[in-house]
Design a protein around this ligand. Structure first.
Ligand code: HAM
Length: 429
């Protein structure tokens, strides 16, 4: 046998029934987003590398070491998208969706980062992302946060908490950055290798360190919140009031800085302790400077993205008994005449009953083996068509899960019989 080729490390197949659970979660998210007036945008998986350099930031982990970057056959330098915000802004500028308008957009799909794979962290992972443009105040941020809170609620997800911070304006951040650099230089001896490297290019990221030996130092560092001007502080207060009004609880985390450079003012993360080290399920914030930075007119913007793998892990843990909808019926056909009549009958039923889930036996097999397949399919009913039934224009209905007696009915009456069984709750929607 030829050597079997395996999937690329960190990139996963999503098989049934997991794929069905994904689809169910996506359907809930879609319905919720549409209910808030968000419209779907579909974006390419590949963009010019330059786009990510200019948006996420040259000296971020993502751009420095995690992108799948390649030259295509025309010599263009391209990358698989590591996130969706940059592409969404690019598309918005390119198609004139942003200037002097308000937009509420969302997308779903795979993202790619060459990180070290572990539980909850993959090289191909999936996000549902939400981006808004043209809305300045904290009201839209409160909407985004409330929308995500409602999604957890609708999915029955528990044990997930909201952390908030404000990064202020770029000018405020520059002053703060200086104060932070001075502080860390005073404690240079206590910095680990990684932090010394970050000190030069991205000192705010030191606050994000997971190194336990650095915690005390980071804890005592100057706080960005103390460097906010009056305007920034007022906005942040207003957001907190809006959330409190809506009954959304949160914790202000002055060390929340995010790993992408485009944020200003509000940043937030939904985190859980239930997933081990990879506990951030959803994250986002305001990014007012990005549209201009990418060549558009200045446009306020805010959004978030959730990690599907992490969300699904929580959903599965909270509801382990979930099953995808099983077929309503499995059509057993024995003999050539029955096969011909059965296929026609199945198509007639599909036309007559919208939403019917009917599996036809294909590939032959004895009556016994077909009935076994019917049982394994999870179908509620076996619809049995032998040579005798085919000749008589009848069909047998066998209840595979309940206690109803097997009955034989005229084929012409089958659609009505199935409708009646649906009404009686034997066939679930
Ligand atoms: P991010 O924090 O890089 O933000 O990613 C958002 C979420 O994607 C994370 O909270 C996590 O749940 C999931 N995620 C990230 N990397 C991985 C991975 N390697 N494996 C599994 N899940 C992962 C952004 O991407 C921003 N574009 C969010 C945003 C939208 N900000 C404004 N608008």
């Amino acid at each position: 046998m030829a050597k079997h080729i395996q999937a690329v490390r960190g990139m996963h197949d999503i098989l049934p029934p997991d794929s069905e659970r994904w689809a169910a979660v996506e359907a809930v998210a879609r319905e919720l987003l549409e209910g808030y007036g968000y419209r779907e945008i579909r974006l390419p998986l590949v963009e010019r590398t330059e786009l990510f350099r200019r948006s996420i930031g040259e000296v971020t982990d993502i751009v420095e070491k995690e992108m799948y970057t390649f030259e295509d056959r025309s010599g263009d330098l391209l990358s698989l998208r590591p996130e969706g915000t940059a592409g969404c802004v690019r598309a918005g500028i390119e198609h004139g969706l942003l200037f002097n308008q308000q937009q509420r957009l969302w997308y779903a799909g795979p993202m790619f980062r060459h990180e070290r794979p572990q539980k909850g962290r993959y090289r191909q992972f999936h996000q549902i992302g939400v981006e808004t443009f043209g809305m300045e105040g904290p009201d839209i941020e409160a909407e985004l946060i409330h929308l995500s809170a409602r999604l957890w609620q609708r999915l029955g997800v528990t044990g997930i908490e909201l952390e908030l911070n404000s990064l202020g304006t770029p000018a405020e951040r520059r002053v703060y950055r200086q104060a932070l650099v001075e502080y860390f230089f005073e404690h240079y001896e206590s910095l680990d290798e990684d932090s010394r490297r970050r000190l030069e290019h991205n000192p705010l990221r030191i606050l994000d360190t997971k190194n336990p030996e650095m915690q005390a130092l980071v804890e005592a560092a100057p706080r960005l919140l103390d460097h906010l001007g009056e305007g920034s502080r007022a906005r942040f207060d207003e957001l907190q009031e809006l959330l409190a009004d809506r009954g959304v609880s949160f914790r202000v985390n002055p060390r929340l800085v995010r790993g992408l450079d485009y944020y200003c003012h509000t940043v937030f993360e939904w985190t859980t302790r239930r997933l081990g080290a990879q506990g951030t399920v959803c994250a986002g914030g305001r990014y007012d400077g990005l549209v201009e930075q990418l060549g558009g007119r200045p446009t306020p913007a805010a959004g978030f993205a959730l990690g599907m793998e992490r969300l699904i892990a929580l959903v599965e843990e909270d509801d382990p008994g979930w099953r995808p909808p099983a077929p309503h019926g499995y059509l057993v056909m024995v003999g050539a005449g029955a096969r011909r009549a059965g296929m026609l009958l199945a198509e007639r039923l599909r036309s007559a009953i919208p939403g019917l889930r009917l599996v036809c036996n294909c590939g032959g097999g004895s009556f016994k083996s077909q009935l076994k397949r019917a049982d394994r399919s999870g179908a509620a009913l076996a619809l049995i068509l032998g040579e005798d039934e085919a000749a008589a224009g009848t069909i047998a209905i066998k209840d595979l899960r309940g206690t109803h007696e097997q009955r034989t009915v005229a084929q012409a009456d089958l659609a009505a019989e199935l409708e009646a069984l649906r009404e009686a709750g034997v066939l679930q929607d």
